[in-house]
Design a protein around this ligand. Structure first.
Ligand code: NAG
Ligand code: NAG
Ligand code: NAG
Ligand code: NAG
Ligand code: NAG
Ligand code: NAG
Length: 271
């Protein structure tokens, strides 16, 4: 009985080896890992698109299908690619994508899509990062997006990577939060559902902005950290003395730590 089991296991392993050899020598063009990184909070829906159709080949999924090319998905596990079985409700294959109804931590990793027929084969991998909220927060800082703005400059912040979750011809339902609290906008800020424009950035605008898009009965959340930096003078006014520079600066800003006026920076400490 045990012997039979070992024999079966051996047979199975041997089949795996043969399968992998075939796979390695069949000359599939491997584009390695695509630059786009998918990131989601646990519990959120995620669509992972086969990047072949977006960056590597000219055909779209419909065209590929009509020419009898097959699209196969694998999850990469320690140097091997395991075919994904689309059973159950949580995971499904839709056209050129995998849809996770509700991403889980175990979904973290690399996904490979292979497009092939008997004479043609191409593949590329996509990375997906799923994280839980940081404790007490509505986001995870590891999957946050970053934006920077100089003080007093105009800045637009757009809810990133939500295109795949917007319904055509329907106004998206979106709520904005700052530090996980509903954002109350000052009158000068122009809010345009999926983005907002700060005409003149203030120091207090720095922080973590979360946009929450309603998607069916679920939400898609993205968090962008806005870093506000000091003003950099493009053209230094050499005739301006440091005293003038400081007094101009103090007129404009209240907090010296925002100060990066290069003109008088060197003399700043003598002040
Ligand atoms: C796929 O490409 C063909 C030819 O370029 C085009 O006619 C068709 O509309 C495209 N389909 C989709 C779903 O984009
Ligand atoms: C496989 O697909 C390629 C690219 O679409 C095509 O040129 C080739 O004729 C196909 N081969 C077979 C056997 O269908
Ligand atoms: C993350 O935080 C949001 C807002 O507080 C909450 O609705 C959501 O359920 C949290 N997600 C997880 C996975 O804890
Ligand atoms: C909102 O932003 C989009 C994209 O930037 C723009 O096309 C649209 O006209 C804006 N709508 C309003 C009401 O400002
Ligand atoms: C943004 O989030 C980070 C990490 O969660 C936190 O350390 C930082 O203080 C936040 N920024 C502001 C302006 O509250
Ligand atoms: C440079 O600073 C001096 C002194 O404040 C001022 O008179 C002059 O107009 C400034 N020049 C420019 C180009 O800003």
């Amino acid at each position: 009985m045990i012997f039979k089991f070992i024999l079966l296991t051996f047979n199975f392993l041997w089949l795996m080896v043969v399968f992998h050899l075939c796979f390695a020598v069949d000359g599939c063009i491997d584009w390695s890992v695509d630059l786009k990184k998918y990131r989601a909070l646990a519990g959120e829906p995620v669509r992972v698109k086969c990047a072949l159709f977006y960056s590597y080949i000219r055909t779209n999924y419909t065209m590929a299908q009509s020419t009898k090319l097959r699209l196969i998905w694998y999850k990469n596990r320690e140097d091997s690619e395991e075919p994904i079985i689309f059973s159950g409700h949580r995971l499904s294959k839709e056209d050129d994508s995998i849809w996770f109804r509700s991403a889980e931590m175990q979904d973290n990793g690399f996904y490979t899509c292979v497009l092939r027929n008997s004479t043609y084969c191409m593949k590329v991998s996509m990375s997906l990062t799923v994280e839980d909220n940081d404790s007490g927060l509505c986001y995870n800082s590891k999957i946050r997006y970053l934006e920077k703005s100089e003080i007093t400059k105009k800045k637009e912040i757009t809810c990133p990577d939500i295109e795949d979750y917007l319904a055509p011809y329907k106004q998206p339902v979106m709520t904005w939060y700052k530090e996980c609290k509903p954002k109350i906008w000052r009158s000068t800020i122009i809010v345009n559902v999926t983005s907002f424009i700060i005409p003149s950035v203030e120091e207090s605008d720095a922080g973590n902005y979360t946009c929450e898009l309603k998607y069916g009965s679920k939400f898609v959340r993205r968090t962008t950290e806005l870093k506000v930096t000091g003003r950099k003078l493009q053209s230094c006014n050499k005739t301006e003395t440091y005293r003038e520079c400081i007094s101009n600066f103090v007129k404009e800003f209240h907090d010296l730590k925002m100060f990066s006026c290069n003109c008088c920076y060197s003399t700043f400490f003598q002040f």
